[in-house]
Ligand binder design. Structure first.
Ligand code: SAH
Length: 513
């Protein structure tokens, strides 16, 4: 008897803003989902984790209208699960805290649909830590209350006992209170709270565009209006606010508030995005290159089988390393076949990738040339040495020719080729419309593919506003050839060097758009 495949629903918290603040459990669910049903506060970056063949359904609020009524959302979740699908219902912050997650869980329970719930970091936690306003503190506040500032009618909610809150003396955190802020603070003062009680509003908490406005309850609503504070924002009231801005570490990060587009292939080995986010930047991934492994012919396979007989293996990118290891595995070999072979790795990231497999590069030039290698070999010289270059099918012939001129025996195995990534023209246009502070280019092919994806006309249109950050002279040459003068060029031609160059540029006060 075949058993009917039964679906299930995972109600997962996405955390607020910063996509790296999602839980591992929610991320795993997202990657496995057949359908993802999401709200407006969910980061677009997180949705990029969803499988290409999975469906994404937006049911959030836009401009005051629910894209879909709660009953319709409940019905959608039930339908899809009953049809056997694995549904992830992704909600901003924590699914229960002012998130109507419990109503959805109730509906699933009533329909007999299997469900699980994954917590998320709620907005108050992030606002507190990232703005530097601890919600509880022995010296200031023994209690913490979460309040909704939203009511069915305009004005403050009558379900909230404002008079007891006014006399409670701890920390109050108001969600959904931007519009009703003047009424909320007025009501608290009417109920006896002192007008000089410290208060702060944190907008877009945890994101590079986070803003904090601090004051006291008698002026906070005016200040928020003057600064045009918009949802999503939280109002925090209580003496803990006096600790701001001493603990406001996030807003002091070197790349805080900077929008940076990353065009390189989403590499498994080196996470440029994570490094930039850790420095406070808002990162937009628009990978222009994907790596496609190439089929090997009999000659290539036999060269790899005899890899141990070469004097040198030259690896020019992390992809070259990863694919070499894969290919050796296909041939039932492993890294032991490299015993006794010297390894040259181009760039730190290639050598870091080798290290993952327990391999140490003998020489790591930043910029690879036969002459640099000749210099390294000194008296030993290149003459008579046997080289294997498992590398990109699009790599330049110059290196092989020069090594041969110097008397080396060189074999090349084309193991992979870069192909344009599936990033769409629309996605790049969307990112360009945000006027990023930097668009990073880590190789000439990222530049060429970027232009190929958006097309010559669109490139022409955006070129004068684009602020390119280049990893080194070769990439800069390609940019200049297209009429785009980079604003930053890395001194050390690595991702780390590029990040440093942008930091220095910002520090020097250049990056105001
Ligand atoms: N379930 C969510 C809250 C949903 S209610 C959670 O746990 O965070 C929506 C409200 O949350 C917004 O009106 C705002 O008050 C708050 N909020 C959500 N994300 C926020 C952010 N990044 N910064 C500040 N407030 C945020």
């Amino acid at each position: 008897m075949t058993k009917r495949r039964s679906g299930r629903v995972v109600l997962a918290g996405a955390g607020p803003g910063d996509p790296s603040l999602v839980t591992v459990a929610a991320l795993e669910a997202l990657r496995a989902a057949d359908v993802v049903v999401y709200d407006s506060l969910v980061s677009g970056e997180l949705l990029r984790e969803v499988r290409e063949d999975a469906q994404q359904i937006f049911v959030g609020k836009r401009a005051g209208d629910h894209a879909m009524a709660q009953e319709a959302i409940n019905a959608l979740l039930i339908d899809r699960a009953q049809a056997g699908q694995f549904v992830v219902r992704l909600k901003g912050g924590d699914p229960y805290i002012f998130g109507r997650g419990a109503e959805e869980a109730d509906a699933l329970e009533a329909a007999g649909v299997r469900f699980e719930i994954i917590p998320g970091i709620t907005a108050a936690t992030v606002a507190s830590l990232y703005a530097g306003i601890p919600l509880t503190d022995r010296r200031h506040s023994p209690t913490l209350t979460f309040i909704t500032g939203h009511s069915a009618n305009s004005g403050v909610s009558d379900q909230v006992n404002w008079s007891s809150l006014a006399s409670l003396g701890g920390t109050l955190v108001v969600y959904m209170g931007v519009k009703t802020m003047p009424d909320i603070v007025a009501r608290l003062m009417v109920e006896g709270m002192s007008g000089s009680t410290p208060a702060a509003v944190v907008e877009n908490a945890g994101m590079s565009c986070q803003r904090t406005v601090a004051g006291v309850i008698s002026d906070i609503a005016d200040r928020a209006r003057e600064e045009s504070i918009r949802a999503p924002a939280l109002l925090i009231i209580g003496s803990v606010v006096s600790l701001y801005p001493r603990l406001a570490w996030f807003e002091r990060l070197p790349l805080f508030g900077k929008r940076i587009a990353v065009t390189r292939a989403t590499a498994r080995t080196e996470n440029m995005t994570a490094r930039l986010r850790a420095l406070g930047a808002e990162v937009f991934e628009i990978p222009t290159i994907a790596i496609r492994p190439l089929d090997l012919d009999a000659g290539d396979r036999s060269r790899l089988e005899r890899i141990g007989q070469y004097d040198f293996v030259v690896l020019t990118s992390p992809a070259a390393v990863e694919i070499l290891v894969d290919r050796l595995r296909d041939l039932s070999l492993d890294v032991r076949s490299l015993a006794g072979v010297r390894i040259a790795a181009v760039g730190e990231s290639t050598s870091a990738c080798l290290a993952k497999y327990g391999l140490r590069a003998d020489v790591v030039p930043d910029d690879f040339s036969a002459d640099a290698l000749g210099e390294y070999l000194g008296e030993e010289g290149i003459n008579g040495l046997r080289f294997l270059l498992p590398r990109s099918g699009k790599a330049r012939a110059g290196l092989v020719e020069r090594l041969a001129e110097l008397g080396a025996e060189v074999d090349e195995v084309k193991t992979y080729e870069p192909v344009p990534a599936r990033t769409s023209c629309d996605r790049i246009q969307e990112v360009l419309a945000l006027e990023p502070d930097f668009i990073t280019f880590t190789s000439s092919s990222t530049v060429e593919n970027f232009v190929r994806i958006i097309g010559d006309d669109a490139f022409e249109m955006h070129r004068s506003q684009m602020r390119a950050a280049s990893i080194g002279p070769a990439t800069s040459r390609t940019l200049k050839g297209l009429g785009l003068e980079p604003v930053v060029e890395a001194e050390t031609h690595t991702v780390g060097g590029l990040i440093e160059a942008m930091e220095r540029f910002v520090e020097a006060g250049h990056a105001e758009v």
